[in-house]
Design a protein around this ligand. Structure first.
Ligand code: 6PG
Length: 252
């Protein structure tokens, strides 16, 4: 695709999902090396859903895992469903099973969301407290993640920032409970102030079914989709896509 608009948006398109996974793995390894060399740690926020499963699995494979100093990696969860950890819908369970249980992380560097299925308000307050304890910031300073992994929903949501949901207007808190009417559920999510303060924000998305929404998100009027409010205020934003999801971007 040639448009300067798209080139300005730092879009990488890969032939298929396997190539996309290999591509984001190389980015992850590179950014981890840079962060650890520069600041002694690599602070990451991981997304749920199905798209990143291949990425997490590949990262855990020995020949890739050996390229990351996991003892210096700090893991947070970008969002979570209000389900028990044992639920098949739990992002924490999926990420732990595919990645965190297979690489030599330091236990104190993995920040779990406690009891997401109990009182979502308490779970969100408690998680933000653990974020604040880790980042040790003062006043209204915002935490800065080195790697903020995001997905794209077919309604243009990202993390658990869904169209029309209250969290879209949250400008102070770092992590909130968020009522999602269309799913008739409450989700837990990192907010835009934190997401947008990341050094590297990476959207990982694939599949023909999302080609239309992706085109709208990237080339349509602003303010229609939650993922359009993700802006790299201090760092860099990347779109890691496969050819299918990017199929409507040709010639834009
Ligand atoms: C979640 C994710 C969510 C996801 C999108 C895309 O908890 O489900 O954080 O934002 O990234 O819904 O999901 P798929 O990758 O399953 O299409």
């Amino acid at each position: 695709m040639g448009s300067s608009v798209l080139e300005a948006k730092n879009i990488s398109v890969f032939d298929d999902y396997d190539a996309l996974v290999k591509g984001i793995v190389e980015l992850f390894v590179k950014l981890a090396d840079e962060a650890i060399k520069a600041r002694g740690k690599f602070i990451i926020s991981l997304s749920g859903g199905s798209t990143p499963k291949g990425f997490y699995s590949r990262l855990a494979e020995a020949e890739v895992a050996s390229r990351v100093d996991w003892s210096k990696v700090v893991v947070f969860f970008g969002d979570e469903r209000t389900v028990p950890y044992t639920s098949p819908d739990s992002n924490q369970r999926m990420i732990t099973e595919l990645l965190l249980s297979k690489v030599p992380l330091s236990r104190e560097n993995v920040f779990a969301i406690q009891d997401p299925d109990m009182d979502p308000k308490d779970a969100a307050i408690s998680y933000e407290r653990s974020m604040r304890e880790f980042f040790k910031l003062s006043g209204d300073e915002l935490p800065q993640f080195d790697f903020m992994l995001l997905g794209l929903g077919d309604d243009g949501h990202t993390a658990s920032l869904f169209p029309g949901s209250p969290a879209l207007t949250e400008a102070v808190r770092w992590f909130v409970d968020n009522k999602v009417e269309k799913l008739n559920t409450v989700r837990l999510t990192t907010t835009y102030p934190v997401i947008n303060n990341s050094r590297h924000i990476v959207f990982l998305a694939e599949g023909q079914s999302k080609a239309s929404v992706l085109k709208d998100v990237l080339t349509g009027p602003e303010g229609k989709y939650p993922s359009q409010n993700v802006k790299a205020e201090t760092g860099k934003l990347y779109w890691y896509l496969d050819k299918e999801i990017a199929s409507q971007l040709e010639g834009v």
